[in-house]
Design a protein around this ligand. Structure first.
Ligand code: HEM
Length: 109
């Protein structure tokens, strides 16, 4: 085992944030609760959580855990990403420039 093996991240987390512009947050919540679960079978996918901040009920933080970042980007580019989003409520509008996607190493838990 290499000397710094203990500081290698065990997992990566993709954190995606968006803010609904047209008060359709409840429909987005319903869509997440009824999500298609396609991603659950994707190689490298570990789990996901959806968080809504107390001070902004139309804002969503979507966290997905992956064994490695390549698995995430392969899924993100692939067709199951689009299929997973087919259930997005029609007419949904997001606040411009408040959408972000960042990758994190999970150092410990
Ligand atoms: C680019 C970063 C994004 C990532 C990594 C991401 C990831 C995911 C994942 C993993 C699921 C679950 C899919 C499944 O169960 O198979 C999901 C579902 C969903 N996402 Fe996203 N998403 C992103 C962007 C967005 C944006 C910008 C919106 C809003 C316009 C959105 C809205 C939704 C909704 C409403 C669902 C649940 C309904 C459905 O899966 O059909 N996502 N997303």
């Amino acid at each position: 085992m290499s000397q710094d093996a203990h500081i290698s991240p065990t997992m990566v987390v993709a954190m995606s944030r968006f803010v609904v512009a047209n008060r359709m947050g409840d429909q987005v919540k319903a869509a997440f609760l009824d999500r298609p679960h396609l991603v659950d079978q994707v190689p490298g996918f570990v789990r996901m959580e959806v968080l809504i901040p107390h001070d902004e009920p139309e804002e969503f933080w979507l966290m997905t855990w992956w064994t490695d970042k390549d698995s995430f980007w392969t899924w993100h580019r692939g067709h199951t990403f689009g299929e997973s989003h087919r259930g997005i409520p029609k007419g949904l509008k997001l606040v411009p420039r408040q959408t972000s996607l960042r990758m994190f190493d999970q150092l410990c838990r």
